[in-house]
Design a protein around this ligand. Structure first.
Ligand code: PFF
Length: 445
């Protein structure tokens, strides 16, 4: 215990696994494929990769160093480094965003539990019927919330780290098996073409925001998750190394998920623009025709549920760490109060997929249902906005020189020579690019 008795990670690999556990989740396997499908395929993939490399990775370093330096939650971290009353608002935005994302994320995480059951006991009920059934929707959503609460109440090290081990290699192995099988399906090559052969005419202003929002969402950036996780790491940790390991494994899993889904999608005749139901429509059809498909399907959905759990845990951790540090609440009280709020906020998302028709026909910001609207507001807008402010704060208020001092601790000489690139990106490139993309969405240009 070296930071105010708040707890630290048990080991370096424990930290990398937990941070990768937060990053790898439904964002990679559920969200990335459908957003790629809606945005035209391969050209979007290239934009996404550029966003990860040029914007998300530098911000990941910024968040981790801010967290380690202050050993505080996002609100406390800003308060500690400036007297201004304005900057801590960025931390508050993160706390609210954490609860907002968690509310709809848990609904989809609930679907993974439902699909474990539906694969074991084959069901004739369609996906549409499944998500329109209020008891199944609310039941699985609540079950997932309770699972998350159980893990978070276990505390930092015992709770989070334990779940993160072994998961990613197993998930990657199943993805490989599925890729090989799906590539043998009739029509698979059309999917490969869609996914890997870019057609730049499909890129519009909104494509940039989708790629940026997905990069933030997938790497758990922009709301202070990585500030919070960074606050638990020791000064011996090599931040650039860990950040690169996390970004690489996260991007690899997403990339593989796309390679697995698109060939199957064209083979079973589902539209790539289908939206949030995409993987849940396609995968069961693949499992049902595949030799040994039931077993593999059950294993897949169990792993996906665990991947989602290591992410929901990190989402809940942000508001909880805030209440524990800033309001001196007990961990238990914080967890219970935040979960109750998240539950209330999540109910409309859970019922927006068919049970309450009005919640499915909103058409606000081009989003039809309540769940998609929450995802747009909190993932596509709030995360990049928060990320931009974090970047400006680290580069110009705390100062990139001070941040570099923090990052250099625990780092090797070779890495230090590369940090000039980081400083350039975080000072000039990241804030400007994010600002342009956000302004563009509001039709400023
Ligand atoms: N990165 C997670 C995923 O890809 O599923 C979702 C997420 C977790 C987003 C934590 C934001 C966050 F702070």
């Amino acid at each position: 215990m070296e930071n105010n008795g708040r707890g630290t990670w048990g080991s370096r690999i424990g930290f990398i696994l937990a941070a990768a556990g937060s990053a790898i989740g439904l964002g990679n396997i559920w969200r990335y494929p459908y957003v790629t499908g809606q945005n035209g395929g391969a050209a979007f993939v290239l934009l996404y990769l550029a966003c990860v490399l040029v914007i998300a990775l530098p911000i990941l370093l910024a968040e981790l160093s801010l967290g380690r330096h202050t050993t505080l939650n996002p609100v406390g971290a800003f308060k500690k480094l400036t007297k201004s009353k304005v900057w801590p608002l960025v931390g508050y935005l993160g706390v609210v965003t954490g609860a907002g994302i968690l509310s709809f994320y848990l609904v989809v995480a609930g679907w993974t539990l439902g699909f474990i059951v539906r694969t074991i006991i084959p069901s004739t009920e369609s996906f549409t019927a499944f998500v329109s059934n209020p008891w199944e929707e609310l039941g699985y959503f609540t079950a997932f919330l309770l699972l998350t609460v159980y893990v978070v109440l276990g505390g930092v090290e015992r709770g989070i780290e334990r779940w993160s081990k072994l998961l990613m290699p197993a998930l990657a192995a199943i993805l490989f098996l599925l890729i090989i099988y799906n590539l043998t399906l009739d029509g698979a090559m059309k999917g490969v073409e869609f996914y890997l052969n870019p057609d730049f005419s499909k890129i519009h202003g909104s494509t940039f925001l989708a790629a940026l929002g997905q990069a933030f969402f997938s790497l758990s950036l922009g709301m202070g998750t990585m500030i919070t996780y960074g606050s638990y790491i020791s000064k011996k940790e090599n931040i650039p190394f860990s950040a690169t390991a996390v970004a690489l494994s996260d991007t690899l899993i997403a990339f593989l998920a796309g390679l697995m889904i698109f060939p199957a999608l064209f083979a079973v005749g589902v539209e790539p623009t289908q939206g949030p139901s995409l993987v849940f429509e396609v995968l069961p059809r693949v499992f049902s025709t595949m030799p040994g498909g039931t077993l593999l399907g059950v294993l897949f959905f169990i792993l996906l549920a665990i991947a989602a759990l290591t992410s929901t845990v990190s989402l809940l951790e942000v508001p909880v760490a805030f209440l524990v540090d800033e309001k001196q609440w007990t961990r238990k009280k914080s967890v219970l109060v935040v979960s109750a709020l998240v539950f209330v906020l999540g109910v409309p998302s859970a019922l927006s997929q068919g049970y309450v028709p009005a919640l499915g026909e909103l058409n606000i910001f081009g989003q039809q249902d309540f769940l998609s609207l929450m995802s747009f507001l909190f993932s596509d807008l709030s995360l990049p906005l928060g990320g931009m402010f974090i970047c400006i704060f680290v580069a110009w208020v705390w100062g990139s020189r001070n941040a570099l001092e923090e990052i250099k601790m625990g780092t090797t000489e070779r890495t230090i020579s590369l940090l000039g690139i980081w400083e350039f990106l975080i000072r000039y490139v990241c804030p400007v690019v994010i600002a342009i993309i956000l302004l563009n969405v509001f039709g400023v240009f």
